[in-house]
Design a protein around this ligand. Structure first.
Ligand code: ADP
Ligand code: ASP
Ligand code: MG
Length: 480
């Protein structure tokens, strides 16, 4: 095993879709890079595609089948050209990449087939475009920058199922002294793509939608970076989605475990897969906001927030909820008798149909599996079709439900029962199921309509909480 040295002076700066889409934000990006350099750090920028471009590229696959792709490509060109002209860059910088994209789309039209391989190839262009724009902009700002192809650095692990192999890849993230010295020799700021990697045969693969956070964490781990910064459109992780609950409060500090739980259960601000590479190499993640760059945001690290918990017996059973998350559109599978069933095989089958497992609870022979549908390339299976496909007696399948989860600061005590009882009053149609994960610091509720419930629970359990140790500023106050 490679000996891991003390942290390097590399910092990974990941900018998401909304950050890279606006010309005004590019001044902030340049400023952040300069600041990092002037304090002795070596920044690597990991960029997402411009906002909505990955969705348009997914649609382009289908437009290529029907033959209307030239119009769709023209629209994509205009979108990028808008940013290019705002940034006053040469008009032709993306032409070779657009030519390549056009060729792939023509091939899809001729073959009348969308394969997972050409899905990944087409959708990867969003990040290739945005990083090319970024490269030209930073160099124009006298920030000497090199473009590095992420596919030359991130190597995916082979998966049996072709769809997941190409569109939901995992990569090795072991510390690499070779990579570190190779990048050090470039002696420049580095700009690279989020979301994309390559397999052992050199094919382009994707890390799953929203996967640029994961790319940043992979780069951080491989270089043993001093920090990974996730720059997005909100200043950190909040007690609820601030775009939906304006009184949501900033969480200045979270442990990796808390952040992972929140991300896994619907806090979209971070991809759940980004936590493991950072945690296993103790690389802090700082979540910051591109239009409020002075705000410190949220720090995710090993800092143990439970140190400030009241550990008296009386306090143990009372919940100290720090956040509420919601995952809409879940598919819930309930298996009443589990002793004869190979659950792992069942999960594999459902996953192969394009679903991702987000929760599994097994208690008293009853097993609950909660999936979200992630395969955008196929029509979603109806509950009946999924039932037929699995062909298991007494299985209960229900989709179009939501998962509302309450994140507790402590994972001890019998707080979950009390919260379930408290919650019933806000559910006119009742609670479908409560999954008690109190030993892992959360309680998850399966409901048909999450909106009112999240507002109510946030008001009663977070806004009215006397103990404000865990919270920072309100989202609403940041808007003024
Ligand atoms: P990016 O394009 O930068 O990756 P995302 O849209 O993926 O940005 O993530 C940022 C969004 O996450 C925010 O705009 C916010 O609506 C959403 N979000 C959901 N839950 C939370 C939460 N608990 N804290 C902060 N943001 C959240
Ligand atoms: N562009 C990709 C997506 O929209 C990856 C990312 O932005 O994280 O899913
Ligand atoms: Mg994101």
């Amino acid at each position: 095993m490679t000996r891991i040295p003390r942290k390097s002076n590399w910092t990974i700066l990941k900018f998401g879709g909304s950050s890279v889409s606006e010309a005004a934000h590019w001044q902030t990006i340049a400023h952040v890079v300069q600041q990092q350099k002037s304090t002795g750090f070596r920044p690597i920028l990991v960029l997402s595609a411009l906002k909505n471009v990955s969705n348009l590229l997914e649609a382009l696959l289908h437009q290529s089948i029907s033959g209307v792709h030239p119009i769709a490509i023209e629209h994509l060109k205009e979108m990028h050209q808008g940013l290019i002209s705002h940034l006053k860059l040469p008009v032709d910088i993306l032409l070779p990449q657009f030519k390549n994209l056009e060729n792939i789309c023509n091939e899809i039209h001729q073959s009348q087939q969308i394969t997972p391989k050409n899905h990944a190839a087409v959708v990867s262009f969003g990040e290739l475009f945005s990083t090319t724009i970024g490269l030209h902009f930073l160099n124009r700002q006298q920030i000497s920058t090199d473009w590095v192809d992420a596919r030359k650095i991130l190597l995916s692990i082979q998966q049996a199922d072709s769809w997941h192999h190409y569109t939901s890849a995992y990569c090795d993230f072991e510390y690499s002294p070779q990579l570190r010295s190779q990048l050090e020799q470039l002696n420049k700021v580095i700009i690279t793509q989020g979301f994309i990697a390559s397999d052992i045969d050199g094919n382009t693969v994707l890390l799953g939608r929203e996967g640029s956070d994961t790319s940043a964490a992979y780069f951080g781990a491989k270089l043993n970076a001093a920090e990974v910064q996730i720059w997005t459109d909100v200043p950190g992780v909040f007690s609820a989605n601030p775009k939906e609950i304006s009184q949501a409060k900033q969480l200045p500090n979270l442990t990796y475990q808390q952040a992972h739980t929140m991300a896994q259960l619907g806090a979209k601000v971070l991809h759940p897969r980004a936590l493991e590479p950072a945690m296993s190499n103790t690389i802090p993640i700082q979540v910051k906001c591109t239009h409020l760059p002075q705000n410190e945001g949220t720090r995710i690290s090993v800092i143990d927030t439970t140190e400030v918990i009241d550990t008296t017996e009386a306090a143990k059973d009372s919940a100290q909820i720090i956040a509420i998350t919601a995952e809409p559109q879940i598919t819930w599978i309930r298996l009443p008798q589990t002793q004869k069933m190979d659950i792992d095989l069942l999960i594999e089958k459902v996953t192969a149909a394009g679903f991702d497992l987000i929760l599994k609870s097994q208690k008293n022979k009853t097993c609950h599996l909660i999936f979200i549908y992630t395969n955008s390339d196929q029509a979603q299976l109806t509950d009946e079709a999924l039932q037929q496909y699995l062909s298991i007696d007494n299985i209960k399948i229900k989709s179009a439900l939501s998962l509302v989860s309450l994140i507790n600061i402590s994972n001890q005590g019998a707080w979950a029962n009390k919260i379930v009882q408290f919650t019933q009053q806000f559910l006119p149609n009742g609670l479908l199921e409560a999954l008690d994960f109190s030993s892992q610091g959360h309680l998850s509720l399966i409901v048909s309509n999450p909106n009112q419930l999240c507002q109510q629970l946030h008001f009663h359990l977070i806004e009215n909480q006397l103990d404000n140790t865990f919270f920072g500023v309100n989202w609403k106050d940041l808007q003024n």
